[in-house]
Structure formats: C-alpha cells, structure tokens
Design a protein around this ligand. Structure first.
Ligand SMILES: [Zn+2]
Length: 162
C-alpha cells in the first residue's frame, strides 16, 4: 500500500514505514501538495485535518481521518479503513526516517559497523542503504510487537461493535 501522511502525523508515518508501507511524509507538506501527490501517485492520504479530509473526499481520493490519540488507535484506524495488515516483518520493513527498504547485514558486516558488544547480543541487523542508519531487534524495535498487539485488539473490539 502507498500512503502520503499529513505534516502533523510524523509518528504514524514512521509506523507505516516500519510496517513496510511506502509512505511519503514531510513536516513541511502543505495541504495542496498532499492532495497533488495523492492524485498523481494514487496514494492514500492519512490526516487529522477535517478540512483536508473533506477536500480529498470531494476529489474522489482515498483518505483516512484519524483522531488525536495513541498510536495504536491511529494505526488500527488506518488498518480498519484500508485493509492494511498489522503485522511486522523485519525483512519488508522500511527506514522510519527516509522510507527506504532496509537491507539485511551479515554478522561480519554488522561487526564492521557496530560495537562488538551489540553484535554479540543480537542476531539480526539491517541497514538503510540511503541514510546509513542501522537497526536491530531488541532496541529500536522492542515495542513494535506490543503496540501491534494492542492495535489488533482494538480492531477486534471495533469489529464486534459494528
Ligand atoms: Zn534511512
């Protein structure tokens, strides 16, 4: 799935990228620019702004309105509206900062880039080929599965109440 996220929702943009979704985001995106990107590239708009939501609807664009709240509630809303699956696959994830698909590192490569203490404590490492950030499970991604569990619980509850 491909998204463009409004400038107020940086957290959601990072989450969508971690879930492997191609997500454009900038804190400087103005509404007209978001509408243009969505129109041109067929991306789904995610916004908290009712005005932008209404304008997107009018243009016949796909758009999800999220409320102010916790990130698990917001990603649950996106999943409910789009059918996006809420599961985490480290081999499909994107860099939360620049949206680039991560590549897996071998232990030897990880050793040349990280302290030996870190490399010996974890099994798998990924690197963003664009911005160079390195990721491993147990640090940056520690809470991902917990948040997804809560988000999936919200979806189940909402599914029953409909
Ligand atoms: Zn990156």
């Amino acid at each position: 799935m491909e998204f463009v996220v409004d400038s107020m929702l940086g957290d959601i943009a990072r989450w969508l990228r971690m879930l492997g979704q191609d997500t454009l985001y900038s804190s400087k995106f103005e509404d007209w620019r978001i509408l243009k990107i969505a129109e041109k590239e067929g991306r789904i708009i995610v916004t908290r702004d009712r005005g932008l939501f209404a304008r997107a609807k009018k243009k016949g664009l796909k758009v999800v309105l999220v409320e102010l709240g916790r990130v698990e509630e917001q990603i649950a809303e996106v999943a409910l509206r789009t059918g996006m699956e809420l599961s985490f696959d480290p081999n499909k994830t994107r860099c939360p900062y620049c949206n680039t698909r991560l590549v897996k590192l071998s232990k030897a490569e990880a050793l040349s880039l990280l302290p030996a203490k870190v490399v010996s404590a974890y099994d798998e490492f990924w690197r963003c080929p664009k911005c160079g950030r390195i990721y491993w499970q147990g640090s940056h991604w520690r809470t991902i599965n917990e948040v997804l569990k809560r988000a999936n619980a919200i979806i189940k509850l909402r599914g029953f109440s409909k």
